[in-house]
Design a protein. Structure first.
Length: 247
C-alpha cells in the first residue's frame, strides 16, 4: 500500500500554526496522531527536550514511534539512557546507523577525528553519521517530531510548530517551540523522567562524545557543541538546517 502523506496549502498551514500556537503541547501531539498516525515519529537525540517530549507523546498514544540516530560515537551515558527509556515506556526504539562502508572510507581518507581539522571535515562527518541516516529514517514518514525550541537561538528562533520540510518531502513538527529550558528541566523533575546524567555535569546539549564539552556559567546552552569552531551561527550538524518555507 502506498504511503499517504497529508498535504496542506500555504494558507491551510498558516491556519494550522495559528491554532496550534494557542493549545497545549499534548494537543499538538494529539493533532499529529489524528493527522498522521503511524506515519509520524519522534526523532530523538535523547536530550532533555526529547525526553520531556516523548513522555508527553507517550501519554497521547502508546503507539508513539521513537527513532534515534546512533552515530557510533555517542557518550556511554547516552547508550545507558536508551535502555532506561525502553524500560520506562516499553517502547521499541528504532535505531538508524551510518553506512559502515561510508564511515570506513571517510576515516581512511581523513582520519578518525577529522572534525577537528576544519568545518568542512566536521560537516562531512556529520553528513555520514547523521544526515544520511536521517534521510533513511524519514523516507516512510509523513511527519517527524522534534524537540526544537525557539530559545535555543540561531535559526531556531523563527521556527513554526508545523513546517513543510522540502528536503524530506514531509512535515516537521516542533511541539516544544514555545518552551524555555527551565520549563523543560522542571517538567523532567516533576514527572521523574529518565535523562542523561551528563546534564548534571554541565552538558545542556549533547551530541557525539568527541564533539561535546561541558559549558561554563553564562555560555549559550549550545556552546559546548563543536566548541573549537568560531562561527556560532554555523554550529549545526545539518539535520535541522532551516530553509525558506516552500510549497
Amino acid at each position: 500500500m502506498a504511503l499517504v502523506r497529508p498535504r496542506f496549502s500555504k494558507t491551510e498551514l498558516n491556519d494550522i500554526n495559528e491554532q496550534l500556537e494557542a493549545v497545549a503541547t499534548k494537543d499538538v501531539l494529539n493533532w499529529v496522531e489524528l493527522t498522521f498516525g503511524r506515519t509520524a515519529a519522534q526523532i530523538s537525540s535523547f536530550g532533555l527536550e526529547d525526553q520531556a517530549l516523548f513522555h508527553i507523546y507517550w501519554t497521547v498514544t502508546k503507539n508513539a514511534r521513537l527513532i534515534t540516530l546512533d552515530t557510533l560515537r555517542l557518550p556511554t551515558e547516552t547508550y545507558s539512557l536508551f535502555d532506561q527509556t525502553k524500560l520506562r515506556y516499553g517502547v521499541d526504539v528504532e535505531f538508524f546507523y551510518p553506512q559502515l562502508n561510508s564511515v570506513s572510507e571517510m576515516v581512511k581518507e581523513h582520519g578518525n577525528n577529522l572534525f577537528y581539522k576544519g568545518r568542512h571535515n566536521r560537516e562531512l562527518c556529520c553528513g555520514v553519521r547523521k544526515v544520511e541516516p536521517l534521510g533513511r529514517a524519514l523516507s516512510d514518514l509523513g511527519a517527524w517530531i522534534t524537540g526544537l525550541r525557539r530559545d535555543q537561538g540561531m535559526d531556531r528562533g523563527s521556527i513554526n510548530i508545523v513546517e513543510w520540510d522540502p528536503a524530506h518531502n514531509n512535515y516537521k513538527v516542533n511541539p516544544l517551540a514555545n518552551w524555555k529550558f527551565d520549563e523543560i528541566r522542571d517538567f523532567i523533575d516533576a514527572n521523574d523522567i529518565p535523562y542523561n546524567e551528563l546534564h548534571d555535569k554541565g552538558y545542556p546539549s549533547l551530541g557525539c562524545a568527541p564533539c561535546t564539552r561541558a559549558i561554563t556559567p553564562g555560555e549559550n546552552i549550545r556552546a559546548g557543541r563543536w566548541w573549537w569552531e568560531t562561527d556560532s551561527n554555523a554550529k549545526e550538524c545539518g539535520i535541522h538546517i532551516v530553509e525558506p518555507a516552500k510549497r
